[in-house]
Design a protein around this ligand. Sequence first.
Ligand code: CP
Ligand code: NVA
Length: 307
Amino acid sequence: MTRHLLSLLDLEREEIFSLIARAGRLKQDLKRGKTHHPLQGKSLGMIFEKKSTRTRVSFEVGIYQLGAQSVYLSPEQMQLGRGESLKDTARVLSRYLDGIIARGNHHSDLEELARWSDIPVINALTELYHPCQVLSDLFTIREAGKNLEKMTLAFIGDPNNVFNSWVNAASIIGFELRLASPPGFDPDPKVIAAAKKNGKLTLKTFREPSRAAKGADIIYTDVWVSMGQEKEAKKRRKIFQPYQVNRGLVNQAGKKALVLHCLPAHREQEISGEVFERFAPIIFTQAENRLHSQKAILELLIAEKRR
Ligand code: CP
Ligand code: NVA
C-alpha cells in the first residue's frame, strides 16, 4: 500500500525517532562530502499552491542530493488550473512520477490527491498541518541536546497549522505542550480529538504568555497572519500584540531555554528583533535542518531500500 505523509499521525513513534537519527547522519555525511543516491533515476513532482522559500528549496536540493530530479508543477500552468480534477491529476502523475510533494490551500485537496495517487504524497504545508516543519524541529531540538520526551514546549501566538503539527508530535512523543493564545483563538477541537485518539496528549492552554513560558525548555512562535489570512492581517496584529516573544517573556523561561521560529519572521510582531537575533544561530539551523530531515523522509517513503 502506498504510504503518504499528510500529517505526523501517519508516522509511528519509532519511525519519528529513526528519522531524527537518520537526519543527523545525513547531515554529517553531507558535511563530509559523502554522496549517497538511493533515489537515483526517480522523479518527484512539486505542486505548490502557496509561496515557499525553505520548503521548496530544501526539497528540491534534497531530491537532487539523493540522486533524483524534481519537477516543479505550478498549479496555474497545469490543467488543474482549468478544472481538471485532483482525482485524474493524481492518476496521471502516478504514471510518470515516484512521489508528489504538495503545498495546498485546502488540506482536503491533499487528502483527495493522496486517495487517488499510487505514489506517496508528502504534505509541504496546508492550512491544517505542517508535518515536515515539526519533524525537522524535533531533530533541531534533539541536536541541541534536549530530551524530546521530557521537554516542555510553549507555543506562543496563533494555534495554526504549525501548532497543529506540534499537537500531533506531543501526542506521539509525550512531551508537555503549552499554548498561550488570545480569546477566540483556541486549538481546533478536531485536531485535538485526532491527536488524543492517537496517543496521550498533555496540552495546557493559557491566556497569559508569561504563564505558558514559565520554566519551558522551548519557546516557539510563528507568524500571526498565515498564508491565506491576509484579509485579517490588521485585526490579527492588534489581537496578538500581547503575545510577542520578547526579552521579558524569554526571561520567564529556564536559563537554558531556546527560542525557535519556523520562519518567515516578522520582527517586532510575533518576535522582537532583539530576541530574534539572539537566537538567530539556532533559528537558521532550524531552517537548514529542513534539508536533512526531508531527505530522511524521502528515503523512508520513496527509496526502494534504505541503507
Ligand atoms: N517554514 C517554512 O515552511 O517556510 P517556507 O514557507 O518558506 O517554505
Ligand atoms: N503558519 C504559517 C507557516 C509558514 C511556514 C503559514 O501557514 O503561512
